[in-house]
Each structure stands twice: as C-alpha cells, then as structure tokens.
Design a protein around this ligand. Structure first.
Ligand SMILES: *[C@@H]1O[C@H](CO)[C@@H](O)[C@H](O)[C@H]1NC(C)=O
Ligand SMILES: *[C@@H]1O[C@H](CO)[C@@H](O)[C@H](O)[C@H]1NC(C)=O
Ligand SMILES: *[C@@H]1O[C@H](CO)[C@@H](O)[C@H](O)[C@H]1NC(C)=O
Ligand SMILES: *[C@@H]1O[C@H](CO)[C@@H](O)[C@H](O)[C@H]1NC(C)=O
Ligand SMILES: *[C@@H]1O[C@H](CO)[C@@H](O)[C@H](O)[C@H]1NC(C)=O
Ligand SMILES: *[C@@H]1O[C@H](CO)[C@@H](O)[C@H](O)[C@H]1NC(C)=O
Ligand SMILES: *[C@@H]1O[C@H](CO)[C@@H](O)[C@H](O)[C@H]1NC(C)=O
Ligand SMILES: *[C@@H]1O[C@H](CO)[C@@H](O)[C@H](O)[C@H]1NC(C)=O
Ligand SMILES: *[C@@H]1O[C@H](CO)[C@@H](O)[C@H](O)[C@H]1NC(C)=O
Length: 528
C-alpha cells in the first residue's frame, strides 16, 4: 500500500517535470520562429535581398548563424539576408540549402531555427562553343545523310539549346534537326565542283520564335569544311570527251593513230594523232603518277613504250603492210587498280614513188538549177552524160591504184563517189561554185588534188517525173503495139477464111469480134 503510493507520487513528479520542460520548450519555440516551408530565391539575386524575417515574441533575443552555406547569408536584425549573389550553377546543392540560426534569450534555453532555401535556376549563362572555329575534312563521295561532325555548345543553365546552320540554303550540308547539331551531308560532294565550304553554326538558349523581352543568349562558331579528293577516278587518256553517268564522271578517249613505213625503222618517238600518248589522273588534285605499258598487239616486239612518258618508239621495222593495233594501259603507280586502256592504231604504209595525180588540174562541169539531191553533175552542156574525175598513180602499170579514195573539199553542195562521180547534195542557188577534189592513196597517205568549177544552167525541157518516158521507151511501146495489131489481123484473117469455107454463121462472126477486141484491150492495158 505504502509502496503503491510512493510509485504514484513518483509518477506525478515525472509528469510534472515533463510538463515543465514541455512548457519551457513551447515557450522557447514561441520566442523565435521561421516558416517551415522552403524559401525560394532566384539566382543572380541582388545583394541584401531578404530571405526570411525571423518572428520573435520579444526583442530581447540573440540570433547567431550557425550554419551558413557558401557563406552567402547574413543576419540584419531579425532579417535573414543574402550578402552575395547566388549562382545556381556553382552551388553544390542549389535545390536545398540549409541555413541554421541559434536563438538565445537570457534565462531560457537556446533553440535552433532551420531555414530551407531553394535556389531557382534562371537563364543567366550564354551557350558556348568550345572553339570559335572548327576545321573538318570530308571525303568527297561521302554518302548523303552521313554525319560529318556533331558540334555541341555548352550552357551552364543546362536547358535545351536551339541550333541553326547558315547559310540555310547551302545544298551540301544540313543539321539533323534544330535540337541536335549533327552536321549531315545533304548532297553528294564532288571535289571538282566544291573544294571548301564555310558555314556558321548558330546556337541560342531560347526557342527561335520566343516572345520579345525574354532574355536570350546566342553564340556562333565557324565551320570550315574541306572536301578531300579521294582516289576514285582512274587515269584519263587525253584528249577525251567527258560523260556523266549518274554522279559518276568518266572521260572517253577515242584512241591514237600513227603511221610507219613498211620495212623502215623510224627514229625517235612516233608522231601520233590527235597528239602524243598522255594520260592524266581523273582526280584533279591528286594527280597521281602514271605509268604506261603496251598490253596487247605487240607480239612481234616492233614497238616499245616509255613507261614514264608514254612515247612509243620502234625497235625494228614492220615487215607486213596493214594496220597494227596496240592496246596501251595507263595505270597509277601507287594504285595499279586504277587504270585505263586505249587503242593505238599504227598503219604500216607501203613505199610509193608517185602520189596520185588527177588527169587534169582543173575541171569544168555543169548542173541544172532545178537539179536536186542525188542528181549527178554533168560533163557538158549538150549531152546528159555524167561528169567523172579520175586520178592516176604511176606506181601502177595501168595507172589504177585500188587504194585511191576521192574526197570533196570546200563544198557543201556536192559529194563524190568512190568511182569519181560527183553527186549533188542539194539544189544549188548560185550561178556557179568551185571546189577541190582530192584523191588519197589510203595505203600510203599520199594525195593529189584538182580544182572543179561547176556552172549552174537554167532548167531546160521541164519534165515531171510521172510523164518522163524517154524516146527509147516510147519506141519499144510502139513496136509492141504494132506487133499485136499484126497478130490480131492474122487471127481475124484466119477465122474469116475458115468461115468462108463453112456456111457463114452470124454467131461465130460475133465471137471473132469479141476475141479480137479483148486482145486489143489487153494489149493496151499491158502498154499502160
Ligand atoms: C510571426 O508572428 C505573427 C504573430 O505571432 C504571425 O502573424 C506571422 O505570421 C508570423 N510570421 C511568420 C513568418 O511566421
Ligand atoms: C534583456 O536582457 C538583459 C540582460 O541580458 C536585461 O538587462 C534587460 O532588462 C532585458 N530587457 C527586456 C526588455 O527584457
Ligand atoms: C547562447 O546560449 C548557449 C547556451 O545555451 C551559449 O553556449 C551561447 O554562447 C549563447 N550565445 C550567445 C550569443 O549568447
Ligand atoms: C543578373 O543581375 C545583374 C545585376 O542585377 C543584371 O544586370 C543581369 O541582367 C541579371 N541577369 C539575369 C539573367 O537576370
Ligand atoms: C536522307 O534523310 C532524309 C530525311 O531523313 C530522307 O528523306 C532521305 O531520303 C535520305 N536520303 C538518303 C539518300 O538516304
Ligand atoms: C538538302 O537538299 C535538298 C535537296 O536534296 C534541298 O531541298 C534542301 O534545301 C537541302 N537542305 C539544306 C539545309 O540546304
Ligand atoms: C615514209 O616514207 C615517206 C617517203 O619516203 C616519207 O616522206 C615519210 O616521212 C615516211 N614516213 C615515216 C613515218 O617515216
Ligand atoms: C615524247 O614525244 C614528244 C613528241 O611526241 C616529245 O616532245 C617528247 O620530248 C618525247 N619525250 C621523250 C622523253 O622522249
Ligand atoms: C560522201 O559520200 C561517201 C560515200 O561515197 C560517204 O561515206 C560520205 O559520208 C559522204 N559525205 C557526206 C558529207 O555526205
């Protein structure tokens, strides 16, 4: 019983002490207070900006800062203020700064106030490129949509950045999109057309069409993109004709021609047409070293090519007349897979002592002004005989060289046949014209020329081709008609004599007349 009472009184005492302490605490809580929710402060604040005012019941308290992150806070009276600018980007934990203030009052226990400060990020940093100029090398023929480089800017505010490439209408490069500075090839590059492209890359930290008044920071950098000539083209024999096949460029050479004399070894390099053998690298700026080689047609080892210059020389004379066709290869010394082949046709000429010679030095011929294409030029004014030229070659006993070919020079009116007949190509509108005919011995290359003047005569006996029967034709027709008439008369005579023998019959007589008339009409048809 007594023990129970003691316990009870102890309980009461503890409760009393607790109540006292609680009272004291509550009292202390009351003398100083701060809002429990976090305080938000924008970075780049002004100095002395108020963070929070400490509520006190009495002015007779002492406040001390016990935790001061970054040493940025200060007390002025009962105000917690900022003594320097806060920078979101450099603070260790800007979203949660904890400031602690001890609040003392004589006679009471001190208490600690905690102020949570959140620093708000504002756009106060410009984006920056690491370099003001970037130099990039890109191989020509880099496929479209291939990335050349990704050049990002840094912004300490770590927001979204917006990029643009200028000039915007550069056809060769583009940005993947405005958020990603990935520079892509937009069009196949060809070193022959473009060797360098200079672009400006822009960046800004607000959307391109943001309202005015908003703070926007921008930065630019220069991109210098050098197009590199890659070894994609073989050597090209010169001269050549350029041909584009899709994006590929090729250059076609027609080959080379030359002449040597039969059983003669020529000294020095052969003179070729259209020029000496020469190939140049199709990749203009690479201009790789080229070496030459005869790969076909030189089985008899008559010719030799200079590996470096491409000049062809003779090692021995050719002993068979006719053409020799050589295949010459030009290949890049550094990359033999890049090569080109061409043909070199060398004509082996027979010896000749006399060149072809026309029978006359000048000729005269005639043509009617109404003559048209394919009409022959005529020999004289009176007859209609065609005009013909002949060239003799005294190397031949009969003067006829089968290798002679005729050519017309300086005239668009006429052409000449292999037999030496001259044909009009169009109607002549002048009173006369002159030209040169040339006879070439294709086996030796020798030639002779003669002058030809053609007089244009006014049209005579205008004939239309449909009525144009010649005298001979008409004579033949007359003869056939006469023969048929005689035949008819013979048949009629025979039939009459037979009728006279028998008794005359009217029916039979009419048969005879039908027969003879059909015979006549048929012969007329045949004549028409
Ligand atoms: C300070 O105390 C007054 C009265 O006690 C109260 O009205 C006010 O809201 C308090 N301020 C803060 C910041 O707690
Ligand atoms: C404040 O406290 C001091 C002693 O620390 C005392 O002398 C003074 O009277 C007090 N003032 C008030 C208004 O309580
Ligand atoms: C506040 O009180 C504590 C003890 O409660 C003491 O250590 C401290 O020095 C006091 N500070 C001031 C500024 O009076
Ligand atoms: C930062 O503060 C300075 C001075 O008050 C002011 O000139 C500047 O515009 C501010 N920057 C931002 C991003 O608010
Ligand atoms: C390149 O990309 C664009 C857009 O993605 C696409 O339209 C185009 O067909 C692509 N071109 C090639 C050659 O792949
Ligand atoms: C990319 O090429 C297309 C045509 O292929 C052209 O229409 C477009 O303007 C080019 N883009 C840029 C950014 O130049
Ligand atoms: C071939 O012989 C002719 C006549 O002898 C001479 O004029 C010519 O130059 C020679 N041609 C060559 C390629 O040697
Ligand atoms: C090659 O031939 C050309 C003429 O065809 C000549 O000008 C050049 O000097 C020759 N080169 C050599 C190395 O013989
Ligand atoms: C001239 O005629 C020849 C054939 O005899 C032919 O090969 C040549 O093409 C013709 N030339 C012209 C310009 O018509």
């Amino acid at each position: 019983m007594e023990r129970k009472y003691k316990l009870k009184s102890l309980n009461t005492a503890v409760s009393c002490i607790l109540a006292f302490l609680l009272h004291k605490f509550c009292h202390a809580e009351k003398i100083c207070s701060v809002p429990s929710e976090p305080v938000t402060i924008k970075e780049n604040n002004t100095i002395d900006a108020l963070v929070v005012r400490i509520n006190t019941t009495t002015k007779n308290v002492t406040l001390t800062l016990t935790e001061n992150p970054d040493n940025a806070f200060d007390l002025r009276g009962f105000d917690l203020i900022l003594k320097k600018r806060l920078d979101f980007e450099t603070l260790l934990n800007p979203e949660e700064l904890t400031v602690q203030i001890r609040c003392n009052k004589t006679g009471s226990r001190s208490i600690t106030l905690t102020v949570l400060v959140q620093v708000e990020n504002i756009n106060d940093n410009p984006p920056l490129f690491a370099q003001s100029k970037y130099t990039l090398d890109v191989n020509e023929l880099t496929p479209v949509n291939t990335s050349v480089a990704q050049i990002e800017a840094k912004d300490d505010d770590s927001g979204v950045l917006y990029y643009a490439l200028e000039p915007a209408l550069n056809p060769y490069f583009r940005l993947e999109n405005m958020y990603k500075p990935n520079i892509l090839v937009n069009k196949t590059l060809d070193y022959d057309i473009v060797q360098q492209v200079t672009l400006t890359l822009y960046v800004q930290d607000t959307p391109p069409l943001s309202p005015p008044g908003q703070i926007t920071y921008k930065a630019t950098t220069t991109l210098i993109i050098n197009i590199k000539d890659i070894d994609n083209r073989p050597p090209w024999f010169q001269p050549c004709t350029r041909v584009n096949i899709g994006t590929a460029k090729i250059c076609l050479s027609v080959g080379y021609k030359g002449r040597v004399n039969l059983t003669e070894r020529q000294e020095g390099p052969l003179q070729l047409l259209p020029g000496p053998i020469y190939a140049r690298d199709g990749d203009k700026s690479r201009n790789e070293e080229i070496s030459y080689k005869i790969v076909r047609g030189n089985e008899d080892n008559i010719f030799q090519i200079d590996e470096n210059t491409g000049n062809i020389t003779m090692l021995k004379p050719a002993d068979i007349a006719g053409p020799i066709s050589l295949t010459v290869l030009a290949s890049q010394v550094s990359n033999r897979d890049q090569f080109a082949a061409t043909s070199v046709n060398i004509e082996v000429m027979k010896k000749s002592r006399n060149p072809p010679k026309f029978e006359r030095e000048r000729y005269e011929a005639y043509v009617y002004s109404n003559s048209g294409p394919e009409n022959m030029v005529l020999k004289d004014r009176t007859s209609n005989r065609p005009f013909r030229v002949r060239a003799r070659d005294d190397d031949f006993a009969n003067g006829i060289n089968p290798d002679i070919r005729y050519e017309v020079q300086y005239s668009s009116y006429v052409n000449i046949t292999t037999d030496g007949f001259v044909l009009l190509k169009k109607t002549v509108r002048t009173e006369s014209f002159a030209l040169q005919v040339r006879a070439v011995d294709v086996s030796t290359g020798e030639s002779g020329t003669a002058a030809l003047s053609v007089l244009v005569l006014p049209p005579v006996g205008v004939q239309s081709p449909s009525e144009g029967y010649r005298a001979g034709d008409m004579a033949l027709l007359g003869f056939i008609m006469a023969a048929l008439l005689v035949l008819c008369l013979i048949v009629i005579g025979y039939l009459i004599s037979r009728l006279k023998k028998r008794n005359p019959d009217t029916l039979k007589l009419s048969e005879v007349s039908i027969f003879s008339s059909s015979l006549l009409s048929r012969s007329m048809l045949a004549a028409n």
